[in-house]
Write a protein that binds this ligand. Sequence first.
Ligand code: ZN
Length: 450
Amino acid sequence: MVSESKRSTLLIENVTVATMRQGINLLEDHSIVIQGDRIDRIVKSSNPDLKNLEVDHRINGRGKVAMPGFINTHTHFYSSFAKGLTKCEPAKNFYGVLQNLWWRLDQALTLDDVHSSAMVAMVDAIKHGTTTIIDHHSSPNAITGSLDRIEQAVIDSGLRAALCYEVSDRGGGGRADEGVRENLRFIERANMLGGHRIKSMFGLHASFTVTNHTMERIAGELDCKDVAFHLHTAEDEYDQRFTKNAYGTTVVERLARWGLLNEKTICAHGVHLSDQEIAIIAESGAAVVHNPQSNMNNAVGLCDIVKLKEGGVLVGLGTDAMTMNMMEELRIALWLQKSSRQDQAFPITEVTDLLLAGNQKIAQRIWPESLGELAPQSLADIILVDYNSITPIGSDNFLGHLIFGLSQASVDTTIASGKVLMEDKKLCFLDETAIVTKARELSTKMWERF
Ligand SMILES: [Zn+2]
């Protein structure tokens, strides 16, 4: 288990630093001094003060680029156990994907599966340099206590995460009620824990599986304006069609009526939104998280990130469990927009902005800390990527290197809260073999129940 950092001193020497502080700022041959869980300073490697520094751990960053650990603003750890699962019938549409795969998979999960699948996701995240993760969990036959099991995995990994349980009436009112209670219980627990490793949100599946009765319960239990809600929003046209037929309104208008939209709310997907709905989201301050690979895989349509941003909506980038590799998701976000729009000149910044600025802002609403940038007093979430650039590199062309070069390079070192979690591509604390062996054993049994 990784304990909260003591005030030890870690020095990363001779590295190219991409600070990502208020834009791109590339510093060649610099050194990063980390004390405890924070960055103390970033100075030129030739700085004479470094010679007198007492260092507990020294990392040579030559040939590497240091960047802030990536932030993933929408994923599902439990989906780890779906890799290679082919037992389900092919689906004709989005609702069929949920019925045939995801709503059968989540029902088969036990609390041990929940923990094990989260551990697998933690290993993946560390290997790909993702240090802050916003998860959305579902296990209808193992609801109570599920968030504690995920919390344990997050704490043991050394990463940070915001957790919630997705409330849904699709399994009946009893399960919806249990889901509400799990969220409320865990919100209290996370508040009690304090610190900056574990945060809580309030999860709902989506408008089309949450009844007015359950909405009323949630609105009655909580002072909604202060709660960080996290739910799938207009991912497929089905969500709009169902909501219109059942409740006579649009998805976003319904969420707004129940008070679920505020500055901390995450609306995952936002593919099928009217101009009026975009205006409502912008007005509320809620964020939309784009998940390009998932949208492509489920063939639900194109999220118009440009229109959302022009409408004043904060937009981030998630993976919806397709990967923990944010640079892969970023690249694909760009290909998707270019290809769908048949626009060769589509600006790179439209997508890099989601990962580098959007996710940072979203995370800072949940963690009121300096995250997602390398600067004095920021939380020391730092990755080193193998990248001895064969072409000129600077602040002006860094984004091109990120999409076309860095995204194809290996993450060598991952540091979160000042703790080195992976160095020389080897995990420092987690026993990967044991985690994989356990996951294989449990997923085999889970697939038999599927
Ligand atoms: Zn999702």
